[in-house]
Design a binder for this molecule. Structure first.
Ligand code: GH3
Ligand code: MG
Ligand code: MG
Ligand code: MG
Length: 314
């Protein structure tokens, strides 16, 4: 359909082809008590390769949202039995943590107060029935693009550009919450500071680009080995891992096997084998505070350096 209609841009067609190729269809939930309106919206959206789900009322919609958290978009009618559209929006925005869900209000009642009510309660946009199918398409597109842009900005703000790990900013934001949860629930939590040994020598011997490559490789192994945990690059060649649910003994096992793995492997860059090691400081002292934990782990790391490097100290 989109290919047949000449009015769609080249970029848009490519976007749809990519969606088809990856089999990634955006899930839209249409909530309306009118079967004919649902059918009309379904037909329009299917032409643009959305995956369309339907609910007859708010209660059914809430249940579907619970079961399918990958629903990205919702189109919500105003007049419905059991719960009207704006109550549904209010309910979703207040109770559930789904800021990334786009909600578009819908009504045949032409009052401006109604659209304001929808938007005040958390809808992203509003459409008046009857609407031209192109208007629906444009509003969805517009809101999706805005959301994608916002997500990209958030991602960039939270991650380290070179390694793709969480950055310092994000780490402290999340770590503080994890620390509080661990203390409240009396659950184990340990923290490790890692630092590449004699990294300056790698830069000095092979150049800064090779140094960067080493950093990305270390980050890749960290991501793989500690995928269940929070791993961040705190700066330079210094990393931090926050191990929720693990006491210091289990953390030590995991971290020490990582340390051995790094020490045993060599990176081959331009025909040259480069070996390096990592020193680690660990603590699970949740009695103090997160900043104390960081300070203790840092002290242990310093001791590991003093004791000759390529060591883990608790
Ligand atoms: P130690 O074993 O005591 O940790 O010695 P070191 O040489 O690893 O530590 P030092 O703090 O003396 O040097 C760290 C070096 O890391 C200095 C700095 O130029 C380099 N560095 C920091 N950030 C980056 C980066 O993003 N890329 C590269 N290639 N080098 C970096
Ligand atoms: Mg209705
Ligand atoms: Mg170092
Ligand atoms: Mg350092």
């Amino acid at each position: 359909y989109v290919l047949k209609e000449s009015r769609y841009s080249y970029e848009y067609v490519i976007k749809l082809i990519l969606r088809l190729q990856k089999n990634q269809f955006i899930k839209v939930l249409v909530v309306d008590d009118s079967k004919s309106t649902r059918a009309f919206i379904r037909k329009t959206l299917k032409q643009h390769l959305y995956q369309v789900l339907e609910a007859e009322d708010g209660i059914e919609a809430l249940a579907m949202l619970q079961q399918q958290p990958d629903i990205r978009l919702m189109i919500v009618d105003y007049n419905m039995p059991n719960m009207n559209g704006y109550e549904l929006v209010k309910n979703i925005r207040h109770k559930q943590n789904n800021k990334n869900l786009i909600i578009i209000g819908l009504s045949a009642e032409g009052s401006g107060a109604l659209s304001a009510k929808f938007i005040k309660n958390g809808a992203n946009d509003f459409l008046r029935k009857p609407f031209y199918h192109e208007e629906l398409h444009c509003r969805l597109m517009h809101n999706l693009e805005e959301m994608e842009l916002l997500e990209a900005v958030k991602d960039a703000a939270n991650s380290d550009y070179l390694t793709g790990l969480s950055n310092r900013r994000y780490f402290f934001q999340v770590a503080e919450k994890l620390y509080e949860n661990a203390v409240e629930q009396n659950k184990p939590l340990s923290l490790a500071m890692l630092d590449i040994d004699h990294f300056k020598q790698i830069n000095d011997s092979y150049g800064h680009e090779v140094g960067d490559y080493v950093l990305t490789k270390v980050a890749d192994v960290l991501k793989e080995k500690f995928s269940r945990f929070i791993v961040a690059r705190l700066g330079g060649e210094e990393f931090c891992v926050l191990l929720k649910g693990l006491d210091v003994d289990k953390s030590q096992q995991l971290l020490d096997s990582f340390r051995c793995l790094v020490a045993e492997q060599k990176l081959t860059i331009g025909g040259i084998d480069i070996g390096f090691t990592i020193s680690i400081g660990v603590t699970d002292n949740t009695y103090s505070s997160l900043s104390d934990m960081l300070a203790i782990a840092d002290k242990c790391l310093y001791r590991a350096k003093q004791a000759g490097r390529n060591l883990l100290i608790i």
